[in-house]
Ligand binder design. Structure first.
Ligand SMILES: NC(=O)c1ccc[n+]([C@@H]2O[C@H](COP(=O)([O-])OP(=O)(O)OC[C@H]3O[C@@H](n4cnc5c(N)ncnc54)[C@H](OP(=O)(O)O)[C@@H]3O)[C@@H](O)[C@H]2O)c1
Length: 340
């Protein structure tokens, strides 16, 4: 596998290194982010990668977790499995999102410790940050307030993996790290309007409006909230760099360090999808967290990660992918949108 390492002086060096773990379990490895991580891992000749499906191993259940660890004997676990979604999905499922994400994380880390797994990579979320964190969000501000209400149960459940990682390193010397990716987007994202995040929802609305000759699209909220978006394969790169070389207690943001207002994002998506109609904002729908932008200096300093794909380029790739799927017959009916 190719690891890009960073040396002091801000000079990027690209070199071939050996990925230090041979047997890797990627929970949620068949999901949106997981597929990019698994693909990168498979390109490393020595790695044996196992991506368990929920139908075979329900990771909410301790017995299934124990069975997974016995069946696969991993050196490294990258834990991505989660129940996730946009604002609407979070509002509908606060209990499920809290319970299942909490139980998966807490039990996987405990069973991994008991089995003597060499390293555990816990993937958290920007939703763990307090609602009114000053931007850019610094990792040291993670505990300075309650998260935005619509995604607090999800964000807090995942944030418990940070507490567990830190306390297990202190008491047991267990090597677990905690990463906080920004909002992701890219080819293969979830375009189901009942559960999708904001970028796929807006792409789908614009493409369908263009195809149907609709005069307008409707979008949730005021458009004034801002978000940081990370291209999914950049996120995979950041997680694998951290998996390979970062072995400390402090949480680390994985992002681009730039934010965009949702209104500007929608204008960009409308231009790239060639939708020329009107945009109507649904002010009775929530905006979610007012602003999101991460401080990304720690990831650069600790494991040389810097995002590579600019937003417009990433959106082009995502739209191309979506349109190729739609042409292939996967075009979906318009329904109520749920955005984040
Ligand atoms: N997408 C984002 O914008 C974003 C941003 C920040 C952080 N993250 C984090 O990144 C990770 C991956 O997100 P994603 O967008 O790739 O999600 P995703 O596409 O929904 O994939 C999640 C995967 O989790 C698995 N899973 C769910 N419940 C399970 C269970 N009970 N047992 C075993 N596996 C289970 C599913 O496996 P099956 O397919 O086999 O059912 C699914 O493929 C999550 O931890 C998420 O919190 C995502």
């Amino acid at each position: 596998m190719t690891i890009h390492s960073w040396s002091p002086g801000n000079t990027y060096v690209q070199m071939n290194e050996t990925f230090p773990y041979k047997r890797v379990v990627v929970t949620g490895g068949a999901g949106f982010l997981g597929r990019f991580i698994v693909k990168r891992l498979q390109s490393y000749a020595g790695a044996e990668v196992f991506a368990p499906r929920s139908a075979d191993y329900n990771l909410v259940e301790t017995t299934d977790i124990r069975r997974l660890l016995k069946d696969t004997c991993p050196d490294l676990i990258i834990h991505l499995a989660a129940v996730v979604g946009g604002i609407g999905a979070n509002q509908k499922n606060p209990g499920k999102f809290f319970y299942e994400n909490l139980m998966m994380g807490v039990q996987l880390i405990e069973q991994s410790r008991l089995e003597g797994i060499k390293k555990f990579v816990a993937v958290g979320t920007v939703c763990a940050y307090p609602k009114f964190t000053p931007t850019p969000f610094r990792e040291d501000d993670l505990w300075n307030g309650y998260p935005e209400e619509t995604n607090a149960p999800y964000g807090l459940a995942k944030k418990m993996m940070l507490v567990q990682s830190q306390s297990y390193r202190e008491q047991y010397g267990f090597n677990s790290i905690f990463l906080l990716p920004a909002n992701l987007y890219g080819p293969g994202d979830n375009f189901d309007l009942e559960s999708s995040h904001v970028i796929p929802a807006l792409i789908r609305k614009c493409v369908e409006a263009r195809e149907n000759g609709a005069a307008f699209v409707e979008a949730w909220g005021t458009g004034n909230a801002s978000r940081e978006f990370l291209y999914v394969d950049d996120c995979a790169d950041g997680i694998l760099r951290a998996a390979a070389t970062y072995n400390e207690s402090e949480p680390v943001n994985i992002g681009t360090g730039s934010e965009i207002r949702i209104s500007a994002l929608l204008e960009m998506i409308a231009r790239l999808t060639r939708f020329e109609g009107e945009i109507r904002w649904q002010h009775d729908k929530p905006d979610g967290q007012p602003r999101r932008r991460l401080d990304v200096t720690r990831a650069l300093e600790k494991f040389g990660f810097q995002a590579q794909v600019p937003l417009e380029e990433g959106l082009r790739r995502t739209i191309d992918w979506y349109e190729s799927q739609a042409v292939g017959g996967a075009k979906l009916a318009v329904s109520q949108s749920h955005e984040a």
